[in-house]
Design a protein around this ligand. Structure first.
Ligand code: ACO
Ligand code: OAA
Length: 370
């Protein structure tokens, strides 16, 4: 038995949800470029869950369900009020999502209908939790979700407390489309491993949030912004990045386990970053990002991943830095739950082996003789 570090190149499951083949990402066979240009997040979520694009009445029903479920149990909001004000936002989300199960009477119902309903509930409630957390820590009252056509609109509304502008809604909606699913990424794998024990969907999504939090995965978008802020000005970018590379430190938002010739989602986010920079009149983050890309790609051949330009996009939307990874979770909730439903459809326990590299033939010695 020989281990492959990080399971690189190991095919661990079959899936018909999304594919990455020759650097092309598809959701249910639809190219991400096509979806990014044309689809709304709600259409994409429907596509991931049901395997086809919705017609008008199917989409209207999903929007109705999302609106119906968007309010979070008051006990969960009350718990969020007790979190320390400096709680890590992903830790808050992980804890609150886990506690949603306590107040859902069907949390442990394993029927396919119940699991699909809970997938939609989780999708509806995750944005509400994040917005409530963000407001409560600032000493403000959470804002109840409104009837809305769009998850992006409702999230921004609950976060800022007024109707968001059209540009912001459209930009966030596109970011949600781009982040919705990504084959067997670490957080999705964590979700599938958890539910393959026949644990419940809340446990699966809680595991996934824990995995997404790390800076080698979803947490990189926040780390990218921390780096941009650290650099501060365009003029500082070159020396900063060169020093990091010389020190063999990683530049956040670059590289990918699967894409070696570039992440197809990055160009959409780059374009949005530029457009939003022009609209806000602040091109600093965009220009700095372009410079960093030039250096990192030039020197290391590494290309930006989905997390790199999303940092400047969210900053242009005036979203606080530590909500970037929770927003990733808003989108990926659709993919996680689609994968959980797929895992339940054809389940087998996921239990690989480890190659043992420890000591052998050890003999027990009584404690006083050690
Ligand atoms: C949504 C997402 O999860 S996208 C990924 C988000 N994560 C990041 O942006 C964090 C920065 N990037 C990375 O850490 C990595 O590229 C990962 C985790 C994404 C992929 O990792 P792996 O496939 O395991 O590659 P690994 O970390 O082994 O790197 C291979 C080589 O490239 C180098 N490398 C990889 N990424 C970077 C980077 N961002 N900056 C500098 N060097 C890098 C490594 O140092 C290593 O070099 P070496 O062979 O000389 O030791
Ligand atoms: O697939 C991965 O390893 C990480 C990633 O890009 C994602 O989850 O979107």
């Amino acid at each position: 038995m020989t281990a492959t570090k990080g399971l690189e190149g190991i095919v661990a499951t079959t899936s018909s949800i999304s594919s990455i083949i020759d650097g092309v990402l598809t959701y249910r066979g639809f190219d991400i470029d096509d979806l990014a240009e044309n689809a709304t997040f709600e259409e994409v979520a429907y596509l991931l869950w049901y395997g086809k694009l919705p017609n008008r009445s199917e989409l209207a029903q999903l929007v109705k369900d999302l609106n119906q479920y968007a309010a979070v149990p008051s006990q969960v909001i009350d718990q969020i009020r007790t979190y320390p004000k400096d709680t890590n936002s992903m830790a808050a989300l992980r804890t609150a999502v886990s506690s949603l199960a306590l107040y859902d009477e069907e949390a442990n119902d394993m029927s396919p209908e119940s699991n699909l309903r809970k997938a939609i509930k989780l999708q509806a409630q995750i944005p509400t939790i994040i917005a409530a957390f963000a407001r409560i820590r600032e000493g403000k009252e959470p804002i109840a979700p409104k009837q809305s056509e769009s998850v992006a609109e409702n999230f921004l509304y609950m976060l800022i407390g007024k109707d968001p502008d059209k540009v912001a809604i459209e930009a966030l909606d596109k970011a949600l489309v781009l982040h919705a699913d990504h084959e067997l990424n670490a957080s999705t794998f964590a979700a599938r491993v958890t539910v393959a024990t026949l644990s419940d969907i809340y446990s699966g999504v809680t595991s996934a949030i824990g995995a997404l939090k790390g800076p080698l995965h979803g947490g990189a978008n926040e780390a990218v912004m921390a780096m941009l802020e650290d650099i501060g000005t365009f003029e500082n970018a070159e020396s900063y990045v060169n020093a990091k590379l010389a020190n063999k430190e990683k530049i956040m938002g670059f590289g990918h386990r699967v894409y070696k010739n570039g992440d197809p989602r990055a160009k959409h986010l780059q374009k949005m970053s530029e457009q939003l920079g022009k609209i806000t009149g602040n091109m600093n983050w965009y220009n700095m990002s372009i410079k960093i890309e030039e250096i990192v790609t030039g020197q290391k051949g590494l290309k930006p991943n989905v997390d790199f330009y999303s940092a400047s996009v969210y900053t242009s939307l005036e979203i606080p830095r530590d909500l970037f990874t929770p927003i990733f979770a808003v989108s990926r909730a659709s993919g996680w739950t689609a994968h959980i439903l797929e895992q339940f459809e054809n389940n087998r326990l996921i239990r690989p082996r480890a190659e043992y590299t420890g000591l052998s033939n050890q003999k027990y010695t009584p404690i006083d003789n050690r």
